[in-house]
Design a protein around this ligand. Structure first.
Ligand SMILES: *Cc1c(COP(=O)(O)O)cnc(C)c1O
Length: 346
């Protein structure tokens, strides 16, 4: 079986560029981006700054690089970032806030990705030589390990009010903020009013092969450009990949609602299968499925068993698997996945 014969629900990062996207990439005008001379990168940065309602934007290699650049710009040795628990920054980035920037992360409790803004204030350090210096409030929207949960706009406004009072800025890891925007009808610009800077992944549900963008004030992006260089992320004729990213932003945002409908269909079907349940609401394109230990199966076993049926997904906990829908999954794939779950847990 070739890999394309699988219904691949492991992540929305597995999408491959369409012929039209490849054509746009092949034809893109390019130049040396470190010298500021790549017209396609410049277009992408101007386009995303406008889309996100920010002064400036920066094209970077990955979501992880976007996060680590933000950490470097705001923090430094002996400082602390208050970040939502189970965030990608805290969970999946090889300890790089400490490793690359000497920054300590203080996790803020979440329930399926949702926090109480007061918990940020409670953890903000007083000015005392015993303590690290609190430099940043970090939020993830949608929250990945929280099951693609949307952090509601009013919650973001409440956090922004606390940020204004304390002078501590808010950064949003918006790897999937476009999913939140399409699911709620709230524009990216409205979300970005609730933070000082944010990132967006172009290589996930949007379907570009490579890249993320960071956006914020001119001053923030100047610092980010320097940090990107320091981390080895200054790319040259990057217009080739920026063209894929631009294509993704122009063609693949609105269709995210299809991914959400399909995720909801899987979530509903799972609720009717004995031994399976969803761990919380399915707001966007991620479904977290809990497996009752009474079934005798672990998450890892379900991952292996489903592969026999041509379905790929990830175990993300001892009794939990994760399904992610994306633009290379159609209705047939969804039906196949539901049928496989039913057969396995009949
Ligand atoms: C995937 C992801 C990232 C990292 O993106 P990469 O491009 O894989 O480095 C960052 N934050 C969140 C919330 C993510 O889901």
């Amino acid at each position: 079986m070739t890999f394309s014969a699988f219904v691949d629900l492991r992540s929305d990062t597995v999408t491959r560029p369409s012929d039209a996207m490849r054509h746009a990439m092949a034809m893109a005008p390019v130049g040396d981006d470190v010298m500021g001379e790549d017209p396609t990168v410049n277009e992408l940065e101007a386009y995303t700054a406008d889309l996100l309602g920010m002064e400036a934007a920066l094209f970077v290699a990955s979501g992880t690089q976007a996060n680590q650049i933000a950490v470097r710009v705001y923090g430094g040795p002996g400082s602390e970032i208050l970040a939502v628990d189970e965030s990608h920054l805290f969970f999946y980035e090889a300890g790089s806030a400490a490793g690359l920037s000497g920054v300590q992360i203080y996790p803020v409790p979440v329930q399926n990705g949702i926090f109480d803004p007061v918990d940020f204030t409670l953890r903000t350090r007083p000015d005392d030589p015993h303590f690290p210096i609190t430099r940043l409030f970090w939020v993830e929207n949608t929250h990945n390990r929280g099951g693609g949960r949307i952090v509601p706009l009013d919650l973001m406004h409440r956090l922004k009010t606390l940020s204004d009072a304390s002078g501590i800025p808010v950064h949003v890891d918006g790897a999937r903020l476009a999913n939140a925007a399409m699911a709620t009808g709230i524009l990216l610009k409205q979300w970005s009013e609730t933070c000082h800077s944010l990132s967006l992944c172009l290589s996930k549900g949007l379907g570009a092969p490579v890249g993320s963008v960071l956006a914020g004030s001119k001053e923030f992006i100047e610092g980010a450009r320097r940090a990107r260089k320091a981390f080895g992320g200054g790319m040259r004729q990057a217009g080739i990949i920026a063209a894929g990213a631009l294509f993704a932003l122009k063609h693949n945002v609105e269709r995210l609602v299809l991914d959400h409908e399909r995720a909801a269909r899987i979530a509903a079907a799972v609720q009717d299968i004995p031994g399976l349940s969803t761990s919380g609401p399915t707001d966007t394109n991620i479904v977290m499925i809990d497996i009752d230990p009474e079934t005798g199966k672990t998450g890892g076993q379900v991952q292996n068993d489903l592969e026999e049926f041509g379905i790929k997904l990830y175990a993300v906990g001892p009794q939990r698997v994760r399904v992610v829908t994306h633009l290379d999954i159609d209705d047939t794939g969804i039906e196949k996945a539901i049928a496989a779950f039913r057969t396995l847990f009949h």
